[in-house]
Write a protein that binds this ligand. Sequence first.
Ligand SMILES: NC(=O)c1ccc[n+]([C@@H]2O[C@H](COP(=O)([O-])OP(=O)(O)OC[C@H]3O[C@@H](n4cnc5c(N)ncnc54)[C@H](O)[C@@H]3O)[C@@H](O)[C@H]2O)c1
Length: 416
Amino acid sequence: MSSEIKVVAVIGAGIMGHGITQVSALAGCQVRMVDVSEDFLNSGVEKIKWSLGKLAEKKAISESMDSVMNRIATTTKLADAVKDIDYMIEAVPENIELKMETFAEADKNAPPDAILATNTSGLSVTMISEATKRPNKVVGMHWMNPPQMMPLIEVIKGKHTSDETLKTTLDLCQRFGKQPVVARKDIWFFLGARSEMGWDTEANLMWLRGEAKVEEIDAMARYKLNLPMGPFELADLTGAVDIMKGAYTSIDKILTKNPDFEPDPVRLYILKRVAELISIPRSEEGKSGMKTGEGYYKYPGPGKYARPEIAKELAEKVAPIDVLASAVNSASRCVTEGVGSIEDTDKCFKLAFGWPKGVFEFADEFGVHNIVNTLREKKARVPDWQKSFYEPDSLLVRMVEDGKIGKIVGEGFYKY
Ligand SMILES: NC(=O)c1ccc[n+]([C@@H]2O[C@H](COP(=O)([O-])OP(=O)(O)OC[C@H]3O[C@@H](n4cnc5c(N)ncnc54)[C@H](O)[C@@H]3O)[C@@H](O)[C@H]2O)c1
């Protein structure tokens, strides 16, 4: 039970770790924040104080900064930090070997009934759990950035995660004031990012085929669908080309040990090809986005953000359904494969990516039959290596056969 969780260790005091520490302490837990040097720990503590100060100014917290800070201890010694914990949240860099070493050490030193969670963005929770002697007590707890502000946590059930571990983690998310969604299978990119991957991949493929310019696709997303930003703008902000390069380099290593991590050969193939043709070369040319000062757009300097100016008229050049169809297809596959529910998938789009509507809500509005027709039309004309990406998911095909095509008939993914 989450109310029994009183002592938490957060491993890593970086972008995510210090935020997770703050949220855990605000929820009343005693927290041990761990990093490899005092400098990293001090920097994490300063950021927490700054953030608590802002919350206090806005009267968003009911206790003093000192009383919250009194619940946070810091150390460079993981073995000491975990010796009497109830729960651990690991947020060290995204490297499978490092995560496995961290879990093996935590497992040796933590009480046998403590739960060990990883904040990995896309590594195998199952593989990480197998570095311990308690794989049933290992779970994915994928926070969004910044942890203090973002309302959603994606909880990932690894192959060995017990129902009890899952339930305690879901309860703990609620106690932290977050809305959890569940990825019921530990597959590449889990539920949220995997569903959204169809959107990004389609944008890249349309650009590669010369059908639309970067600014035109982003303008359509901003001005026609009212998304906070388009796929290329977002990629620049998050450094997506580097993330995809990293994912490309680690996936084969993970699949050798855990082949179930990517059950869909079509997805694996297309993501690898897009990485080879776009992400890896751009990353190697230093065009990683805002952090290097240049990506799909130019920025005032490395790490300096200015929102790209995109003319509204460009939105007319791209039909929203042209990009949306692949997003719906990719998300629908997640539902068909049993990774997540329709509602949880839509929650990811709204609460993690800031979409005004979930991808399935959009599908109901545009008409599921129109989504399927768009996919089939694309499949007929794209180069051979891209065709299988456009095969409509069986759930979409069945919905069209059953006449459940969306709002227009009163039933689609939702009832109206
Ligand atoms: N940054 C994001 O937007 C984001 C969002 C969701 C999930 N994540 C995931 O969270 C994890 C952490 O990412 P981040 O952005 O906070 O990285 P970061 O580089 O900002 O922080 C990682 C911290 O871990 C410390 N560290 C390294 N080795 C360690 C060890 N052996 N023991 C203890 N501490 C160690 C580093 O010194 C660093 O301070 C990654 O798995 C990442 O994929 C990141």
